[in-house]
Design a protein around this ligand. Sequence first.
Ligand code: 3PY
Ligand code: MG
Length: 249
Amino acid sequence: MLKNRALEKIRAGQPAFGLSMSMGESVVAEWFARSGFDFIWIDEQHGTFNRDSLLRTIQVIGPTDTVPIVRVGSNEFFRIGRALDAGAMGIIVPMVNSAEEAEAAVHAANYPPRGGRSRGGARLGLFAEDYSDHANESILVAVMVETKQAVDRVAEIARVDGVDVIFIGPGDLSLSLGCEMGSKEHEAAIIEVLEKARDAGTASGIACPTPEEALRRADQGFKLVHAGSEYGMIMSGIEHARETLGIEG
Ligand code: 3PY
Ligand code: MG
């Protein structure tokens, strides 16, 4: 069997909390992997990862109970297969705007008969002899709803078999809606996504900049909850030091 603590928690109706990494620094990965969080989101889309640093980060996190999940750069068959072959136990697919695009992500992440993932990869035998027998049930597939178009179609996206989580990207959503983050319109769209996904029997997730915000979203019912990034932590640490010492930038 393959273990995926984040997916187990979501299936049990509990929130799974995670941190994200956007820089491929393996020592940060070591600290994050031992932090007790349920998952680490490795950001191929906006981060500075290349193929090597992505693999190294997964190699550091993989042996712990914390689950490595890759936000892939795009919804491409080979890109998704490559992240999973490197050892990711989940994918987050950005900018999914239709049921067809969600189906493509599920297809890429699952071996036949559910999908069309290609079997191979030098690492997978490390996880289980029968990896390909268990991968489909153990790998988390999250699709990101972060445009107006996707909000309008969220009910059909959430009904796609094999989508475990509808994940909101609040930043892109505010750009697409043309409203401020935290505005009434923005918040209404977030709650609409949460409720429509719930009606379809699918969990929701959301990216939060702070643990306080993550707690608030978990209380609202979000299950895959991003609670901060190494980048955000570095920036707030720098800001705190500057303010404390009166250093002007
Ligand atoms: C967004 O806010 O758009 C995201 O993709 C969060 O990572
Ligand atoms: Mg986004």
